[in-house]
Design a binder for this molecule. Structure first.
Ligand SMILES: [Zn+2]
Ligand SMILES: [Zn+2]
Length: 291
């Protein structure tokens, strides 16, 4: 599906960085790489200047408008066989954009959507796994001890970390189809390639966050443990349990009629969450989507 690419100005307006299409980015954009760099800059500015709650509201709107485009751009990103993956440009640029929103229920809604506009998301998990195996090519010669060169950390280990985070979350998205011995949306041969790389990274003392995340993903891929998977699903608060903070009900949930991204165990909890003063309210995060 051919989706129109938003300009960095469109994104900046949605993120509340600028008011209108005037003062931002004076030089015309020549390449998609330039564009994704500017989109990243907008998101970064929002992340350093806003509270977590404010970010969730804004990223929810951002996802409602642009997630299908961002995902299809990432999926189309070229990583040709036999060539080193492009760590600096499109693929990792869009990966980073996706990372800014992946914990939101609306992201889970997109990945689960059966609508054509969400089709690129269907290959998200297996493509991520494949791309992570490609990261491994460059990771082979990186020392496991500090100090690491800044460039190695920034251009190789950081994108690897983002991808491993996203894979762990993405993999847990279809709990009801969880079956022992079957790794959802991930071909067996990719898992065979992926595991030794994760095992290397879990010893990466120069980048502890990657080591920890790799360890968790190995556990997930090699242990058929429903309790453990359940504990990760709860990270998707509202998409697999009642969205009212504090309520962990997981059965007979009904979706919010407007966004269809969060679920409630009863009308009372939905009402309590909508305009809540005690916990982050749902109303400002509730957006209709085309997916
Ligand atoms: Zn509830
Ligand atoms: Zn809603």
């Amino acid at each position: 599906m051919d989706l129109p690419a938003p300009t960095p100005e469109d994104i900046a307006i949605t993120l509340g960085i600028i008011q209108g299409k005037s003062a931002f980015l004076t030089k015309p954009h020549k390449t998609e790489e330039d564009r994704v760099v500017d989109i990243r800059a907008c998101i970064y500015r929002l992340q350093v200047s806003s509270s977590k709650e404010k970010q969730e509201i804004i990223f929810s709107e951002f996802c409602a408008k642009y997630l299908p485009t961002m995902m299809s751009r990432w999926v189309e990103g070229k990583m040709l066989p036999g060539e080193p993956p492009d760590f600096s440009a499109l693929v990792n640029g869009y990966l980073w954009v996706l990372l800014s929103a992946y914990k939101l229920p609306i992201f889970a809604k997109y990945l689960r959507s059966a609508k054509p506009i969400a089709a690129p998301g269907k290959s998200f998990v297996s493509l991520l796994a494949q791309r992570i195996t490609r990261f491994g090519i460059l990771n082979e010669h990186i020392p496991l001890e500090t100090p690491l060169q800044d460039g190695i950390k920034k251009y190789i280990l950081e994108p690897t970390f983002w991808a491993v985070c996203l894979l762990r979350k993405g993999w847990t998205l279809s709990p009801r189809r969880f079956e022992p011995g079957k790794i959802l949306g991930m071909p067996e041969d990719i898992v065979v390639e992926l595991l030794p790389q994760l095992e290397t990274w879990q010893n990466q003392r120069g980048y502890k966050a990657l080591a920890d995340e790799s360890r968790r993903l190995i556990f997930l891929l090699t242990n058929v443990d429903r309790l453990y998977v359940g504990s990760i699903w709860r990270g998707w608060k509202g998409s697999t349990d009642c969205a009212l903070p504090g309520c962990e009900e997981t059965i007979n949930l009904k979706a919010c009629a407007k966004c269809l991204a969060v679920y409630y165990c009863c009308p009372e909890h939905q009402r309590a969450h909508w305009n809540s003063k005690e916990v982050p309210a749902h109303k400002p995060m509730c957006f209709k989507t085309e997916y």
